[in-house]
Design a protein. Structure first.
Length: 133
């Protein structure tokens, strides 16, 4: 197992746990993380989940020599862009509501962290499966 992949997995799982915790702090069930997300963030979430499935299948089928694994290493980029978009939307909502309490902004922050964590998880898995030619 590659140490970089383990570190990225730990970071990604910490992000997912933090996102689920923030949803609870905001008084929402964990399923609201996907059900009530901003449409753009939700689209990126589902694209990243689909990319993870494709990368895993390609990596396992090709014995770690698939070009899709190289492409999956870029998965944190759309996750980071969706994270920035989600944080911007969360700040806009808190500004319009004139509320800065953590309970109010936590669900929006959680929805932002989730795609970044998914992207890191995909990249870590692709890095662990990838074998040099």
């Amino acid at each position: 197992m590659k140490l970089n992949a383990v570190a990225l997995w730990a970071l990604a799982l910490a992000g997912v746990v933090a996102a689920l915790w923030m949803e609870q702090v905001g008084g929402k069930p964990p399923v609201a993380l996907l059900a009530e997300a901003d449409p753009l963030v939700l689209l990126v979430d589902f694209l990243l989940i689909a990319a993870a499935v494709v990368a895993l299948i390609a990596g396992l089928a090709s014995n770690g020599r698939s070009g899709l694994l190289k492409l999956a290493a870029w998965a944190p980029l759309p996750g980071a862009l969706a994270c920035a978009w989600g944080l911007f939307a969360a700040w806009q909502i808190s500004r319009m509501a004139h509320a800065t309490r953590f309970e109010v902004v936590a669900p929006g922050i959680a929805e932002s962290i989730f795609p970044l964590s998914l992207g890191l998880l995909i990249a870590a898995t692709a890095g662990a499966l990838r074998r040099p030619h």
